[in-house]
Design a protein around this ligand. Structure first.
Ligand SMILES: C[S@@+](CC[C@H](N)C(=O)[O-])C[C@H]1O[C@@H](n2cnc3c(N)ncnc32)[C@H](O)[C@@H]1O
Length: 392
């Protein structure tokens, strides 16, 4: 069966019509004519996969990754970066109105963290929406130091090992590896100069269970279980947006909600009289307290707890920065953000659907003054949004 692809869907798949019914074609690109096989046919939509590309898009590429068709890790290697950017900007406009700018980052080898799943000695990622493990020997999204450590694991592994391998690398190329499961070759890892810090089933075998990340003039302690943005160039863009916003504002009290290791709180501290971070993961707040000391900050208060449990205790706030997980904000937090009437609200979101839903509520009393996209996850359909709102 043939189809002409007219557009992208919200996930970056091809969108066309068959007998007036909408059809989503996995990895189809706009303007292509494809021979397809239907994989699901419901009353309202059809899912399909490509059998043969009859007329390819001029922006189609041969994916560089041999695992691309089976691994769920990325989903834009079959298109030029230019087309991926077009998709991200168009999606931004469709969901959020207008977009000021897309801040680009390195296209490949940008990720500073990965978690590999391991089943009976096979190391890799799960195929999209399944728990079927795809063995991986190299990933183009990962920093090459991580790929070197993956190669080391693939050389020294046996089928008694089922578990997880977390690998992080900082901007000085220092590495941190944490293994859960029954792995036999820890001595090889301890003696390898590829690995600076090694944790095995929560026990430190080499170095520490954290490393220090260096960003501009700042230092951040990042424990192996703490959140840290996976793309440092993307984080630098968020920091640039915050610095530009704050440089001519007069802010007394600011909130840094969903704060992780308080990276954003520490950056903002020099512009405000007082700032309060709230983060639910204990180890991240302990890192945040260290980060205060490392950066000689004394106007930051760090609270360990859920935002929704503390939100109604804050008064006279001038600026709130929220950077929630993919599900976005809960109702209580949104309602309180409408009650406290902070002069400014900056919403950093990794999922546009949640941001769109929450902005709809917040727009009752806030006007959106700028929306920037940060390409935190190149070669995937994900993009970070940074949205500045001002009290009406
Ligand atoms: C996207 S990260 C942002 C972290 C930080 N702003 C940064 O850039 O490093 C979201 C953080 O929110 C935390 N979190 C998730 N739900 C939370 C909640 N209900 N209350 C407080 N923190 C929460 C997570 O543990 C995570 O550290």
């Amino acid at each position: 069966m043939q189809i002409k692809i007219d557009d992208f869907d919200d996930l970056g798949n091809g969108l066309g019509k068959i007998d007036n019914k909408v059809c989503f074609v996995n990895k189809g690109l706009p303007n292509e004519v494809l021979d397809i096989e239907i994989t699901k046919n419901t009353k309202s939509y059809i899912n399909a996969k490509i059998n043969k590309i009859i007329i390819p898009s001029k922006k189609r590429l041969k994916p560089i990754c041999p695992f691309y068709d089976i691994c769920g890790g990325c989903n834009f290697l079959h298109a030029t970066k230019y087309l991926e950017n077009e998709f991200k900007i168009l999606k931004g406009k469709k969901f959020l109105g207008s977009i000021d700018k897309l801040y680009e980052t390195a296209e490949l080898n940008y990720r500073n963290k990965v978690i590999f799943h391991v089943k009976k000695g096979e190391i890799g990622f799960y195929k999209t929406n399944t728990n079927q493990l795809i063995k991986i020997t190299y990933c183009y999204l990962l920093d090459d130091e991580i790929n070197k450590i993956l190669a080391l694991f693939n050389k020294h592994v046996d089928n008694n090992f089922t578990g997880e391998i977390l690998i992080r690398v900082n901007s000085l190329k220092e590495t941190l590896v944490s293994i859960t499961g029954n792995y036999q070759y820890t001595n090889i890892l301890i003696n390898s100069n590829l690995i600076n810090n090694l944790v095995y089933n929560s026990k430190v075998l080499k170095g520490n269970n954290y490393f220090i990340e260096y960003l501009n003039d700042y230092k951040f302690k990042v424990s192996y279980l703490s959140f840290f943005q996976v793309n440092c160039k993307g984080l630098e863009s968020i920091i640039d947006i915050l610095n530009n916003f704050l440089k001519d504002k007069n802010i007394n009290i600011a909130l840094d909600l969903y704060s992780g290791t308080s990276v954003l709180g520490i950056i903002m501290a020099r512009y405000v009289k007082k700032i309060i971070s709230v983060e639910e993961v204990k180890v991240a707040t302990l890192d945040a307290l260290e980060n205060k000391k490392l950066n000689k900050i004394n106007n930051l208060e760090v609270i360990n707890g859920k935002v929704e449990d503390y939100i109604d205790t804050f008064k006279n706030i001038d600026l709130v920065v929220v950077d929630p997980a993919r599900r976005g904000l809960d109702k209580k937090t949104i309602n309180y953000l409408k009650t406290i009437k902070s002069n400014y609200l900056i919403y950093i979101a990794c999922k546009m659907d949640s941001l769109k839903r929450d902005l709809y509520d917040l727009k009752e009393i806030y006007d959106v003054t700028s929306i920037n996209l940060v390409d935190m996850f190149p070669r995937t359909n994900h993009v970070e949004s940074v949205c500045v709102l001002k009290l009406r």
